[in-house]
Write a protein that binds this ligand. Structure first.
Ligand code: CP
Length: 302
């Protein structure tokens, strides 16, 4: 992992995922460790964020590092016409590591080829969100006591939701069975279904959140990604396709947990928040420890 970029979840191996989860548990037990000792991390967000950016910044601060960057490209020289190539060539001189979110698929891969420091993908368009996946794996392992042989329900916008794309690829290493629940317009893209088929893994598709939920170990809800739609009418038609409510969780496994990368719009009713099966706010806390582990391992500090 040392000095490698993390652009897509398959940049790391299964063994590396497990090592990250192990180190994340160490940070959960003892979060403040001055491993960065003043080293600088560039945090470049060309697209809005609450959790990813702030949990990265919290992770860097807890590791004794310093943050530079921008939270809105409108405050950078991108507005004057500077290219991504030039921006990355400059920022790479100012820091030891770059964390980057961008609306264009492939933009973080491009940045990683220009930068002479490792680059972490904090979300590129509807493509990948690998650090979210690693915190999702950590959350699944913590709540289920294992990662292998689980029934994973992915619900909502499976077309544009980058978190489900990365998560599917990671969980394919652990013999998961997938249930894809989405409106027809927002089905899991064929390339990801083919990925599972080539590995001989099972998946089921439905437009309904139905009785099958009783078999779920994890229900992973997602927001319909308004910002990715070219047709606002299609967004209006699909935005409230699924609203998870407490009564729908009756009869599900005791150990089943509801995850959501957040932000939530309407897809989980707020009354579910106090249900013991709701885990999405604890999931956000796990993001700090997992990102501490990723940074420490990528910079060879653990
Ligand atoms: N989960 C996630 O990526 O949230 P943000 O968009 O707030 O970073």
């Amino acid at each position: 992992m040392k000095n490698k970029s993390l652009v897509t979840i398959t940049d790391f191996s299964k063994e590396e995922y497990l090592r990250i989860l192990e180190v994340a548990a160490e940070f959960e037990a003892n979060s403040y460790q001055n491993l960065l000792n003043g080293q600088v991390v560039g945090v470049l967000f060309f697209e809005p964020s609450t959790r990813t950016r702030l949990s990265f910044e919290s992770a860097i601060n807890r590791l004794g590092g310093r943050v530079i960057g921008f939270t809105d490209s409108a405050t950078s020289s991108v507005t004057k016409g500077e290219t991504l190539n030039d921006t990355i060539r400059v920022v790479t001189n100012y820091c030891e590591l770059i964390v980057m979110r961008h609306p264009l698929e492939g933009s973080v891969r491009y940045a990683s080829e220009i930068a002479n420091v490792p680059v972490i993908n904090a979300g590129d368009g509807s493509n990948q969100h690998p650090t979210q996946t690693l915190l999702d794996l950590y959350s699944i392992q913590k709540t289920q006591g294992k990662l292998n042989d689980l029934n994973i329900f992915l619900v909502g916008d499976l077309k544009y939701g980058r978190t489900v794309h990365s998560l599917l690829m990671a969980l394919s290493e652990f013999n998961a069975t997938f249930y894809f629940i989405s409106p027809d317009e927002l089905r899991m893209p064929d390339e990801y279904k083919m990925y599972l088929e080539e590995l001989g893994l099972k998946y089921y598709e439905s437009t309904e959140l139905d009785d099958n939920m009783k078999n779920a170990d994890i229900i992973y809800m997602t927001r319909v990604q308004k910002e990715r739609f070219s047709d606002p009418i299609e967004y209006e038609r699909t935005k409230n396709a699924y609203v998870l409510k407490n009564h729908m969780l009756e009869g599900t496994r005791d150990n089943m947990r509801v995850l959501h990368p957040l932000p939530r719009v309407n897809e989980i009713h707020t009354s579910v928040d106090s249900n013991p099966k709701a885990y999405y706010f604890q999931q956000t806390e796990n993001g700090v420890y997992v990102r501490q582990a990723i940074i420490a391992l990528m910079l060879g500090l653990k």
